[in-house]
Design a protein around this ligand. Sequence first.
Ligand code: MG
Length: 337
Amino acid sequence: MLRLAAVKPLTQVRERTEELERASLSTWATLAVESKGRDRYEEPDPLRTAFQRDRDRITHSKAFRRLKDKTQVFIRAGDHYRVRLTHTLEVAQIGRTMARGLRLNEDLVEAIALGHDLGHTPFGHAGEEALSVFTTEPFRHNEQSVRIVERLERGGRGLNLTWEVRDGILNHPWAMPEPATAEGQVVRLADRIAYLNHDLDDAFRAGVLDVDDVPVEVRLSLGETTSQRITTMVTDVIANCLDRPVVALSPGINDLQHLLRDFLFERVYLRPESNAERDRAIHCLRSITVFYLENPERLPLEFRGDAPLIERVCDYVSGMTDGYALAEFARLFLPTN
Ligand code: MG
C-alpha cells in the first residue's frame, strides 16, 4: 500500500527566508516582511518573499522583454553594444554585489534594478526629448516606468508591486529625491557605475574614444580596464559603507566618478557628431506621435481608453522598441513599392 509522507506546509519556505533575512541582514536593510505592501492586497506567496515576487513579475512583463531592442547610447550600432536590457542586467549585477557586501536585501535591489528603466523610450534620451514637446511636463522615463508597473502591464491592471520597489524605480535618477530604502540608494549608485563604465567601453568599440583619451587620473586610480574600474568603484562603496547607514562612494573616488562623467558628457553623450543621428530619431518619433494625435482611431485597441489622448499616445510611442518605431515610421510615411 502506497504511503505518502507528511508534507510540511509550503508557507514554511517563505517564512524561513523571511527569518533568514531578519537574522542575517544589516540593521539598515529593508526586510520583505516589513514592506509597506501593495496597493491591492494579495495573499503572500507560499515560496517567495514579497520582493522576490516583484522581481519575478518584472522579469515576466512585456515591458521587460522590449528592453532588448531599446538603445542605451549608440543607436543600433551592432550586436556587441549595450542595449537597455543588458544595461539593466549590469545594474542588477553591480547592485547585487553591493547589497551582498553591505548585507542589504539583495532581492529588493534586484527587483528595483530590473524595473528601473522599463519606461525608457526608443532611441535613448533622444526619445524623451522627442515626446517632451507634446507634454506639459518633460517626459521622464522613471515616471513612465512607474506608470507601466502600476497601470499599463497586464491589460491595464498593472503588476501591483510593493511600495519599496516602486519608490526605488521612481527615484533612481539623481535629480529625484533620495530613494527611501538603502536598497533603492544602492540601485541609484549601481546605475551610475554601470553606465559610466559600459558607455566608456562602447565608446572605445565605436572608435569615438581611444584608451589614451581617458583622463590620466581616472586610469591611474580607477584602473585601465572596464573590469578594473567597476571593481574599484564597487569595492570602494562597500569599504566606505560597511556598518554605516549610507550608500556612497568615498570622497576621493566620487571626485573621479564626477571627472569621468563630465568627460563622457563632453566626448560621448553631447559630441556634435551624434546630433544627426539624434535628430533623425527625434524626427521619427515626433512624426509618429503627431500622426496618432491627429488619427486617434488608428491607435491599437489597448490605447483607446478614457485617459487623455496625449497620455495614450505617449504610452504607445514610448513603449515601442527601436525596431518597432522604425517599422511604424516606414509603414505610416514611406511608399511600399
Ligand atoms: Mg539605467
